[in-house]
Design a protein around this ligand. Structure first.
Ligand code: TPP
Ligand code: MG
Length: 352
């Protein structure tokens, strides 16, 4: 089956890959500053959602990515405008890092007509076709197979396009994940699978759900997908592994699975803290907070004299203004017309 498909595809000969995994390698200063800026921007957007969620004007379920800013920032730094990104329920960072429109995202959370899904999708259904963010959907692993399909289409059309697909550790327990990996591995599709392993699926620990001593990374090679893992709270490390993976994928050498260890600070869904629930300890939460991807990176850039205090403050003021404008835009936008209700919706049995 794989052989006959290969015969239909355009040239699939891998090109040489020049990137090496040198642990001392760092991005240029301007790229590191841009990555810090994007991580801070994601954090400040999330903080504002948290601050305003209780006003009950954002009525959609919302999964915060606070604490998990490094993977989207470090991977997207290597993506081109024509590349695609797919994501799942915890997708704000992925959308923003790929260049998704902030105003349209906030308007979507407020259910307004100016939202990126016309106000009908909410936080879990973000999309920005212009930015190459082809969408988030909360059915676990569903966008993994759609993303692999997009990579297959790109290959068949001879397009230079890498597809980055983000998902959590819980999604790796879905059959669709394994089928998608296998198909991408067999056909050497230009895909970077990015697993944000935050150790939990809702309130279940990883070691209650998956075999002891078998990491997510180890699933890659059995499906013909090269795999690497690293510190998902370290922007430089994510950048380094992301660079290797995107180049491997783009060259046609092979798809790559990246497993990044990171941590969600807030409750599974919503803006609150959840240490009192008892499924994880306050000590564990605190230990990860101390390794905040945004502040630790700010400190490193300051120590290495890449970013000075004044420039950092100016950057923050700029982002604060942008975030405030996005919320003003959302709140002053109209709700969708009633006629929007069944537009862009597939009619099923019993639909109006
Ligand atoms: C097929 C499917 N089963 C169950 C759910 C309910 N569900 C929503 S999020 C979630 C946990 C996902 O965990 P993970 O993939 O690790 O992502 P995280 O929330 O930790 O970022 C579950 C079980 C779902 N959305 N889809
Ligand atoms: Mg998880």
């Amino acid at each position: 089956m794989a052989g006959s498909m290969d015969q239909q595809t355009p040239d699939t000969q891998p090109r040489p890959v020049v990137t090496v995994l040198d642990s001392t390698h760092r991005a240029e200063a301007d790229v590191r500053i841009a990555m810090y800026r994007e991580a801070l921007r994601i954090r400040l957007v999330e903080d504002e959602i948290v601050a305003r969620y209780g006003e009950q004007e954002m009525r959609c379920p919302t999964h915060m990515c606070i604490g998990q800013e490094a993977p989207p920032v470090g991977v997207s730094a290597h993506l081109q405008p024509q590349d695609y990104v797919f994501s799942a329920h915890r997708s704000h960072g992925h959308y923003l890092a790929k260049g998704g429109d902030l105003k349209a995202m906030i308007a979507e959370l407020y259910g307004r007509a100016t939202g990126c899904a016309s106000g009908k999708g909410g936080s879990q259904h973000l999309i920005d076709m212009d930015a190459g963010f082809l969408g988030s959907a909360p059915i676990l692993a569903s966008t993994i197979s759609v993303g692999v399909g997009a990579a297959w289409a790109a290959r068949r059309r001879g397009e230079d396009r890498v597809v980055a697909i983000y998902f959590g550790d819980g999604a790796t327990e879905e059959g669709a994940f394994h089928e998608a990996l296998n198909f991408a591995g067999v056909n050497r599709l230009p895909v970077v699978f990015v697993c944000e392993n935050n150790l939990y699926s809702v309130h279940s620990q990883l070691d209650m759900r998956q075999p002891a001593h078998r990491t997510v990374k180890e699933i890659g090679p059995v499906h013909g997908v090269e795999a690497l893992s690293g510190d998902g709270n370290d922007i430089d490390e994510v950048w380094r592994l992301g660079r290797y993976a995107v180049e491997r994928a783009r060259s046609g050498a092979n798809p790559v699975l990246l497993e990044f260890f990171t941590y969600r600070w807030k409750e599974h869904c919503g803006p609150l803290e959840d240490g009192h629930l008892g499924y994880r300890s306050e000590e564990e939460i605190e230990s990860w907070r101390k390794r905040c991807p945004v502040t630790t990176y700010a400190q490193r850039l300051s120590e290495e004299q890449v970013l000075g205090d004044e420039a950092a403050q100016a950057m923050r003021a700029e982002i604060d203004a942008e975030v405030a404008q996005a919320f003003e835009f959302a709140k002053s936008s109209p709700f969708p017309e009633l006629a929007e209700l069944d537009r862009d919706v597939f009619p099923g049995r019993g639909a109006i």
